[in-house]
Design a protein around this ligand. Structure first.
Ligand code: EPU
Length: 337
């Protein structure tokens, strides 16, 4: 196990921000983690667990130890004619997991294709797209507990999943390093719900659908809307979609009839933050170094040489404009560090 000091994180975050970490170590096993974390000089430092850095914005150097997750492996736990339960290690690239499942006709993750990041981060923030969320498949999550040095397990219910939310962002945010998750996936007859937006346009005329076809349609749709981070640094959606009360939504609809609204099972109404930002005109008003993607105003992009502070300053301008125009508060989805 190699331990680096004063390590540049530029290639470890999709915003390509050149922040440095005091200490950087790649974790390939629970033994690596246990060894590092039990060393007094590291155990007392602030910790940051990093996957692919695809939902992260560094605004300064990280004064502590970065634990870069490289724990790999996918194995089968149980299989019947109808379903399979697989165990996926947290350092697996999530899109590789989606590809593996689609190829083997294990259904569900194909809708989450193309989302950057690793399984660990996917669990922490319960990634979602095209009407599907990771929590729909999770059975159990195994994590290393930094406080007790033990390996603990949580059932899906105990993970307290919500919209881009889990216990790993709240009660366990400092205590847990996710090691793996077990996913229960359907097999057999494939009858996917492709009613979501562009997917319908891309797939409706196909007489037979396979998970590989849905995966391709999802990736094509994402490619149309989300800029390639290698071209323009970005971390996908920068803000979460706000949920407001039904009466607030009605007032908003009267004033802005073009605004899309989606009723949620919890009785609230979800408003697309991308459209709110778009209607404030931000596609037309980039700063020299930061802007929003012309294809999708929810995605903030590094136009070249932006620091994390530049991105945050621009995000605050967006928040202020949205609040002034619509009276709606939008919150970052990206982790600002
Ligand atoms: N819209 C605009 N202008 C824009 C952007 C969006 O008018 O510049 C409108 C769209 O026309 C659409 C609505 O806003 O009617 C919603 O847009 P979209 O379908 O692109 O979805 P989203 O709510 O912006 C969410 C997720 C994405 C996920 C897509 C597809 C969040 C914060 N984001 O975006 O996830 O890929 O749905 O399911 O929930 C991510 O989390 O990083 C991410 C990319």
């Amino acid at each position: 196990m190699l331990i680096y000091t004063d390590y540049s994180l530029k290639d470890c975050n999709t915003f390509s921000i050149n922040a440095k970490a005091d200490v950087f170590v790649e974790i390939t096993s629970v033994q690596d983690l246990d060894t590092v974390i039990k060393r007094k000089k590291y155990s007392e430092m602030p910790r940051l667990i990093l996957g692919n850095g695809s939902n992260m914005l560094f605004t300064k150097d990280f004064k502590g130890i970065v634990l870069k997750n490289a724990i790999k492996g996918i194995s089968t736990i149980t299989e019947t004619d109808d379903y399979i339960i697989i165990k996926v290690c947290s350092g697996e690239n999530f899109d590789d997991v989606c590809a593996y499942c689609a190829k083997n006709r294990y259904f569900g993750p194909e809708f989450l294709s193309g989302i950057p990041g690793q399984l660990g981060g996917a669990v922490v923030q319960n990634i979602g797209a095209y009407g599907h969320e990771l929590s729909m498949f999770v059975q159990e999550v195994e994590y290393y507990n930094f406080e007790t040095y033990e390996i603990n397990k949580l059932s899906a219910a105990d993970c307290k999943f919500g919209y881009r939310q889990s216990i790993f962002k709240t009660e366990l945010s400092d205590a847990a390093f996710i090691l793996s998750a077990t996913l229960k996936l359907s097999k057999g007859k494939y009858n996917p719900d492709i009613s979501y937006g562009n997917l319908k346009d891309k797939l409706a005329d196909k007489p037979i659908l396979t998970p590989i076809m849905v995966r391709k349609a999802v990736i094509d749709t994402r490619d149309e809307k989300i800029p390639n981070p290698k071209e323009f640094g970005n971390a996908g959606s920068f803000f979460k979609n706000p949920e407001i009360t039904e009466s607030a939504a009605k007032k908003l609809k009267d004033k802005f009839p073009e605004l899309k609204q989606f009723n949620q099972p919890n009785g609230l109404v979800k408003i697309p933050a991308g459209q709110l930002i778009d209607l404030c005109g931000f596609k037309q008003i980039p700063d020299p170094k930061v802007g929003v993607a012309p294809s999708n105003a929810l995605i903030m992009i590094n136009l070249g040489g932006a620091t994390g502070k530049d991105v945050v300053a621009y995000s605050k301008k967006i928040q202020k404009a949205v609040k002034e125009k619509f009276g709606v508060k939008i919150e970052p989805e990206v982790v600002i560090c």
